[in-house]
Ligand binder design. Structure first.
Ligand code: ADP
Ligand code: ZN
Length: 535
């Protein structure tokens, strides 16, 4: 292969260095484009093979005499693994991070400055130091700066789920070294994040490569919360006995309680969250990776960089923040390509709580508005009566056909027409305000609609309202679904400490009967005790 020295062929490098026979998906096109000196933005799901997209151009360009590729990566553990694997394959690679001794750092810097390294991995805060910039400048002046690779590029966007301010200054790479090609890579970016990455990293000229985000082996299931822990237990016992899985909860307290409860029910569950002692956390993680059939109950602190191929299910007991979060977290299931399930239970309280967290966060109005939009998209996914996968992929800009492998495709839900019910609910909210000058929460609203004589009803004389008892024919559960949908679609909004309801957005269109609302028929009847008491 002596001729490949001056004109290195990417496929040869893939086979010789990495021992793989063929490129996957768009890898070949990306590698060709970047090796030839083009800029690229690569969107590819986790496990899709992003690393080779810059490693092979780095090797090809080094062999052609262009020198060193600088890889910006935020995760020290990941740098470590990648450099280890590259060295194993005979590639000159190193990383610079804060865990190294001065001697080690100096040795690596010498190698780099001599242009001998093929890939140098560094954290973004290192790249921004005057010392490192001067070193890059020196390489640049001698024609030994081959390529910049920016991994986890969504970190540059505040709309992404993992914003890191140090990423912002990476625009300096382009400003100082304008003719050096750059490749930015990420596994998650919706339209708004994508546009933000392009703007902030000045990648306007870059070719954008979007791989399919479909994970066909994952079955998506979203159920309405009734008694969530029991629902989860049944799901695990019926479908995933002795299999590895992850259960995501929002708070540390809930993680602890859920893990303990599952253990008491005979499930091999362990808790994991950032509030635990470091060694215990590490122990649990190691057990999850090494032993079979452990169910990790965790906050989202668990998962970044954890690569366990045979996770058979991911369950959400609380709503994630948005679809990117949902996609990333559920994406940890079935990395081995075998059937896996993504299960989520959600209810009215989740909707109310997530809205409140956004409202009460100390962010700018613009930021909150974007977050609300993202939450709405997730709620629409949860309430959907058609294919979940079609919706999920559409969110990432991909068209697809009903999948046949999600709950809605497998068991098309029975629906009922809630158009009239939605009008009743909104007009009752309106009357509350008009008559008493106060707003009330969903519990009281349902009582009034169903004509239930509570103390609160008596206190505010709400049995005198024209909407009193107009909805007695519907169950509490049906009413909760109506209200959830109204909130999800922005026709009603919740406010303040008590999550009181008021009219939102285009509520008038609903009141005029212009919005047709089809809802999923509740799968389980409401708990007997309550409904028999009130009917
Ligand atoms: P990502 O960074 O997109 O999550 P990785 O680069 O870690 O994905 O690749 C995931 C796995 O797929 C790795 O084990 C990698 O070696 C393997 N892989 C990537 N490309 C190929 C290929 N063309 N042929 C075979 N295996 C590949
Ligand atoms: Zn489907």
């Amino acid at each position: 292969m002596s001729s490949s020295k001056h004109h290195p062929v990417p496929l040869d490098i893939l086979q010789e260095v990495f021992g793989y026979s063929a490129f996957r998906g768009q890898q070949a096109a990306i590698v060709d484009h970047v090796t030839a000196g083009g800029d690229a933005l690569v969107l590819m799901p986790t496990g899709g093979g992003k690393s080779l997209c810059y490693q092979i151009p780095a090797i090809a360009r080094q062999r052609a005499g262009h020198g060193v590729t600088v890889v910006v990566s935020p995760l020290i553990a990941l740098m470590h693994d990648q450099v280890g694997a590259l060295e194993e394959a005979g590639v000159e690679a190193a990383f610079l991070n804060s865990t190294q001794t001065l001697e080690e750092t100096q040795r690596i810097e010498r190698e780099m400055l001599a242009g001998r390294l093929t890939l140098l991995y560094a954290a973004p805060e290192r790249v921004n130091t005057p010392r490192f910039i001067a070193q890059m400048q020196s390489l640049y002046e001698r024609g030994l700066l081959a390529l910049f690779a920016i991994d986890e590029a969504h970190c540059v966007s505040q709309w992404g789920h993992d914003f890191r301010s140090e990423y912002l200054s990476l625009s300096l790479l382009h400003e100082r070294f304008p003719d050096i090609p750059r490749i930015a890579l990420t596994a998650t970016a919706d339209d708004i994040t994508r546009a933000d990455i392009i703007e902030r990293l000045q990648l306007e000229e870059a070719q954008v490569f979007v791989a399919s985000f479909d994970r066909p082996n994952i079955r998506y299931l979203i159920v309405e919360k009734d008694s969530p822990r029991e629902q989860l237990l049944r799901f695990i016992q019926d479908e995933h006995e002795d299999e590895a899985g992850v259960v995501y909860c929002q708070s540390r307290k809930k993680v602890d309680e859920t893990a303990e409860w599952l253990r008491a029910k005979g499930i091999n569950a362990l808790p994991y969250h950032a509030g635990m002692e470091q060694d215990q956390r590490k122990r649990h993680q190691d057990r999850f990776l090494r032993e079979d059939g452990i169910v990790m109950v965790a906050t989202i602190a668990f998962g970044m960089g954890i690569d366990k191929p045979d996770v058979r299910f991911v369950a959400h007991l609380d709503l994630p923040k948005n679809i990117e979060g949902y996609y990333q977290e559920t994406g940890r299931a079935g990395r081995d390509g075998l059937p896996a399930q993504a299960w989520m239970a959600y209810g009215l309280a989740d909707v109310v709580q997530q809205r409140r967290m956004i409202d009460e966060s100390p962010s700018s109005d613009e930021f909150k508005q974007v977050q609300r939009g993202k939450l709405d998209a997730l709620l629409a996914l949860a309430e959907a009566i058609d294919c979940r996968r079609v919706r999920l992929l559409a969110y990432f800009g991909e068209d697809s056909q009903p999948c046949g492998n999600c709950d809605n495709c497998l068991n098309p839900p029975a629906t009922w027409d809630a158009t009239e019910a939605a009008r009743m609910a909104l007009s009752c909210i309106y009357r509350f305000h008009q008559v008493t000058g106060f707003s009330f929460g969903s519990g009281h609203l349902i009582d009034v609609l169903r004509g239930k004589e509570t103390d609160k009803v008596a206190q505010y004389r709400h049995h005198e309202l024209s909407t009193w008892g107009v909805g007695a024919a519907l169950s509490e559960q049906q009413w909760r679904a109506v209200i959830r949908q109204l909130i999800a679609l922005g026709y009603a909004v919740t406010e303040g400490e008590y999550n009181t309801l008021s009219l939102g957005g285009d509520a008038k269109a609903v009141l005029r009967g212009e919005v047709r609302m089809l809802l999923r028929q509740p799968a389980v009847p409401t708990r007997k005790s309550k409904s028999s008491r009130s009917s």
